[in-house]
Design a protein around this ligand. Structure first.
Ligand SMILES: [Zn+2]
Ligand SMILES: [Zn+2]
Length: 184
């Protein structure tokens, strides 16, 4: 039998585990894994942790306990922040084929359940991606009292000095007003 390569770094072939009795388990270490998190979100540190796969009466229960850092920025000063997250979740996967006969199992009765592939592969990439997307905070700050950006020069208020002379402030305001006038 030719071993098919797994469909990504968070996928495991569970044919052997499906052939065992309920309660049997495998633990897989997750190390240095990079996945695409979709638009506007990326990893600052790769995914580490472990995934425990347990044979249940009906399929495989996957429990993920992971850690990674998201590359985000402060919502006030736009400074880069590596934001550590520790998603944990469980999901039960049911076979799409009968292990003994290889015949498709009816999926129509329970369209909402997670399914193993027809090669008995359990792929956690989608739930892991969703767990990281959900872990992204709405308004992240580099520190609670981040003063944000200077309205005159656009620099960070906690870097350098911002005692801009009055004429600089006035010319900046004039430029802004002219821009608004053009807009209207
Ligand atoms: Zn900030
Ligand atoms: Zn300034």
């Amino acid at each position: 039998m030719i071993e098919r390569p797994f469909d990504g770094p968070l996928a495991w072939n569970v044919a052997g585990l499906l052939a065992e009795d309920p309660g049997a388990e495998r633990v897989h270490e997750v190390q240095g894994v990079q996945i695409d998190l979709g638009e506007d979100l990326r990893l600052d540190e790769p995914i580490e942790g472990r995934v425990r796969l347990v044979r249940t009466n009906r399929g495989i229960l996957a429990s993920a306990d992971l850690h990674a850092a998201l590359a985000l920025e402060c919502s006030r000063c736009l400074r880069d922040i590596a934001f550590g997250v520790d998603p944990r979740f469980q999901e039960e996967y049911l076979p799409s084929l009968d292990v003994a006969t290889g015949r498709p199992l009816p999926a129509a009765d329970e369209p909402e359940v997670a399914r193993l592939s027809d090669h008995h592969e359990l792929n956690l990439e989608t739930p892991v991606r969703e767990a990281f997307q959900l872990a992204e905070p709405i308004a992240l700050l580099c520190r609670p009292d981040c003063p944000g950006l200077c309205v005159v020069c656009g620099g960070r208020l906690d870097e350098g000095t911002h005692d801009h002379p009055a004429d600089e402030i006035v010319s900046r305001l004039e430029a802004l007003l002219a821009f608004r006038a053009d807009d209207a």
